[in-house]
Design a protein around this ligand. Structure first.
Ligand code: DGY
Length: 331
């Protein structure tokens, strides 16, 4: 281990253990704002750095790489999703990129489950109602929701978080179907008790649809007006992946028209904006991208990003490297 201290940029304060781990080996330039680091500051501050610890709110593209300069070794993103990073651009320049998979899987599945239950059983709506102070009395037809047990869950994008959701759903006595372009092994399908369906068949059959795809050009607006029309009028749609995988205007319309029962959303198409049509509706539960937002998980994500950063700067392979080509070129 060398005692060199590298210049790095950290674009937002991370949980203290992660800041400490980075600070042990690096001279840190830290943006202390509560908002995303303004673009002009980001470009100015990344200049001359050997490493950058970025967030999903920072766009890492050719402009960023030009501003950084050729000494940049790694961009360590604190998220499993990396649609904010132009990975081919980094790879072309031999700059490593890493993300933070696995450490957030269970927490994000918990958040998904919470949204699913809240949207099915109208929990936030009931809470809002009581706070109005309006008189009420128990009634046999009051605020009826949808059962979860015994119903069919359709998981779109069957990676780690999809698997973790399937495990939860199994405990609730649900039938589980999934769609993905990659199929897991028959053994894993059997262990999780899941069956494959084509996407349009899944949308027609599922009582609950939960989105877990990466955001790519292929998955942008994967759920659009036409696909929403295929869903059951009693269906609940949940999204804890990335906002643009659902056409938000079409979803607001479908919810208003009662084409589907309700939705639970952690992410938004033009984040941090929420489509105004959604804000007016009772049958949508919205939370501000909290999928991985627990003390332990955000700490684990920060520590993994720190490990990726320091490994790359020391000349070792980062544990969760996204573009192994850069490692193969360099080694
Ligand atoms: C991710 O990691 O991609 C989430 O969206 C933030 O935890």
């Amino acid at each position: 281990m060398s005692d060199e201290r590298w210049l790095v940029l950290v674009t937002r304060r991370l949980p203290q253990p992660a800041m400490d781990r980075i600070g042990e080996r690096c001279e840190v330039t830290l943006y202390e704002g509560e908002d995303a680091m303004p673009r002009d500051r980001l470009l100015a501050e990344v200049a001359g750095k050997a490493g950058a610890v970025t967030l999903l709110t920072d766009r890492v593209d050719d402009e960023f790489l030009d501003a950084a300069g050729p000494q940049l070794v790694i961009v360590a993103n604190v998220a499993v999703g990396f649609d904010n990073i132009d990975l081919p651009a980094l790879t072309r320049r031999g700059v490593m990129a890493s993300n933070t998979p696995e450490v957030l899987t269970e927490t994000t599945a918990d958040t998904t489950w919470a949204l699913l239950m809240a949207a099915a059983r109208r929990i936030p709506e009931g809470d809002r109602f009581l706070r109005t102070g309006k008189p009420w009395i128990w009634g046999p037809m009051m605020m009826l929701g949808q059962d979860i047990h015994g119903r069919t869950l359709g998981i779109v994008g069957f990676g780690r978080i999809g698997h973790a959701l399937a495990r939860r759903a199994k405990c609730f006595g649900m039938r589980i179907i999934y769609y993905d372009v990659y199929r897991p092994s028959p053994e894993l399908e059997q262990e999780l008790g899941v069956e494959f369906r084509e996407l349009d068949d899944l949308l027609q059959e599922a009582d609950f649809v939960s989105m877990h795809t990466n955001l790519t050009e292929e998955t942008r607006h994967l759920v659009n007006a036409e696909r929403l029309r295929k869903m059951k009028p009693t269906a609940v749609l949940v999204n804890t992946s990335r906002g643009p995988v659902i056409d938000e205007a079409a979803l607001a319309e479908a919810l208003r028209e009662g084409q589907i029962f309700s939705a639970g959303l952690d992410v938004f198409e033009k984040e941090p904006e929420v489509h105004p049509g959604l804000l007016e509706l009772e049958n949508v539960v919205i939370i501000p991208h909290l999928g991985s937002a627990t003390v332990d998980t955000r700490t684990a994500m920060g520590l993994l990003a720190a490990d990726n950063l320091i490994a790359a700067l020391e000349g070792a392979r980062p544990p969760t490297l996204l573009n192994p080509e850069t490692w193969e070129q360099g080694s």
